[in-house]
Ligand binder design. Structure first.
Ligand SMILES: NC(=O)C1=CN([C@@H]2O[C@H](COP(=O)(O)OP(=O)(O)OC[C@H]3O[C@@H](n4cnc5c(N)ncnc54)[C@H](O)[C@@H]3O)[C@@H](O)[C@H]2O)[C@@H](O)CC1
Ligand SMILES: Nc1ncnc2c1ncn2[C@@H]1O[C@H](COP(=O)(O)OP(=O)(O)O)[C@@H](O)[C@H]1O
Ligand SMILES: [Mg+2]
Length: 298
């Protein structure tokens, strides 16, 4: 299968910009039918720390994408102002006030996958939540860093980010510019890999979002082939974080789950773009369970 071909980019035969194209085969491989004897506890606890007073929608979009992509239990940790809006749309998702540090710590401890950053903002409260989360996560957990969390990280004086958790970074090109110091024209595969290795733990997965999103993991680069310009709408990346979280929570292997989530997100956007000029994130999530059922049956 092409997408898991064992090409090491350090191999002298292979150029540093050699990428592995990701096709719909990845969905068939990773998304499997659910065993009859199972319960919500088998499909992962996802915690989303997101959505300030101004950007409440970002937290709701991330958490609802995790819901529609199949995570077993989801809690949104957010500004209290967002609780009613969340529950008016998705009563399935639990809510916690992000100023309650004791509760936030408990929820982080009990999670399999944590998302932090969509619409988090850049104020002291946001910085405190990021510091708490980074210090709290352990190696059995996956931490997805997006949006404001990446911007905050780019402002830290530390040269290398330390964490025991499996980190997944999901910057768009401008966020990666801030984090890496590479402007968009300088963001070549070789330079991206160099900065990733210098600034983050070895196991870190980088999802560099763009028209054909590139995922850097285990010394390899996977190039997504799904997606549409109809997806160029605010909230589309917030939505991706929830899909990645749900797939990691359910299918465990983080690289396969991440690459699959990126492909699935793009495919759902493409389905909408067949009949719509613009694909809204809140519509895109409705396509996810349908596509997942289709590909789980091969
Ligand atoms: N409804 C909501 O609550 C929304 C909240 N959002 C949150 O707002 C915060 C700021 O994020 P933004 O991304 O808007 O702002 P940023 O300041 O991080 O970057 C936005 C700018 O980056 C540039 N850019 C260059 N290459 C790009 C690429 N490949 N993809 C996207 N942009 C690219 C674009 O000019 C764009 O205006 C984040 O925390 C984000 O999660 C956004 O997701 C928008 C929707
Ligand atoms: N022209 C495009 N083709 C394919 N995918 C796109 C296109 N424009 C945007 N996307 C996708 O939409 C998402 C946008 O992410 P991001 O900029 O973080 O959005 P936001 O922060 O507003 O939620 C990414 O996954 C990106 O790959
Ligand atoms: Mg974003």
């Amino acid at each position: 299968m092409i997408f898991r071909a064992k090409i090491k980019l350090t191999d002298p035969q292979i150029g540093a910009d050699q990428m592995i194209p990701v096709t719909e085969q990845i969905l068939k491989k990773v998304i499997t039918p659910r065993p009859a004897e199972s319960h919500k506890g088998n499909y992962g606890r996802v915690v989303v720390i997101a959505g300030s007073h101004t950007y409440g929608g970002a937290g709701i979009m991330s958490a609802s994408a995790a819901l529609y992509a199949g995570a077993g239990l989801i809690t949104l940790i957010s500004d209290l102002v967002n609780r009613t809006a969340l529950h008016a749309q998705h009563p399935e998702i639990m809510f916690a006030d992000w100023t309650d540090q004791k509760l936030v710590t408990q929820l982080i401890d009990g999670a399999n996958v944590i998302v932090i950053g969509p619409g988090l903002g850049l104020d002291n409260q946001a910085q405190e939540l990021l510091t708490l989360t980074l210090s709290q996560v352990i190696n059995a957990q996956t931490l997805i860093l997006d949006g404001s969390a990446l911007t905050l990280l780019s402002q830290t004086p530390e040269k290398k980010i330390q964490s025991d958790a499996q980190l997944i970074l999901t910057p768009h090109q401008e966020e990666w510019h801030r984090l890496s110091g590479l402007n968009i024209a300088e963001q070549t595969p070789a330079k991206n890999q160099e900065v990733l290795a210098a600034k983050f733990p070895e196991s870190t997965i980088l999802v560099l979002k763009q028209h054909h999103t590139q995922t850097y993991a285990d010394g390899q680069i996977y190039e997504n082939t799904s997606g549409s310009p109809a997806m160029a709408t605010g909230g589309m990346g917030d939505t991706l974080t929830g899909i990645i979280a749900a797939l990691v929570a359910q299918f465990k292997q983080p690289v396969d789950a991440t690459v699959t989530a990126v492909y699935l997100h793009g495919l759902a956007g493409q389905v909408l773009a067949e009949t719509q000029y613009v694909a809204l994130p809140s519509q895109l999530i409705l396509e996810l369970p349908v596509l997942m059922a289709k590909y789980s049956l091969k």
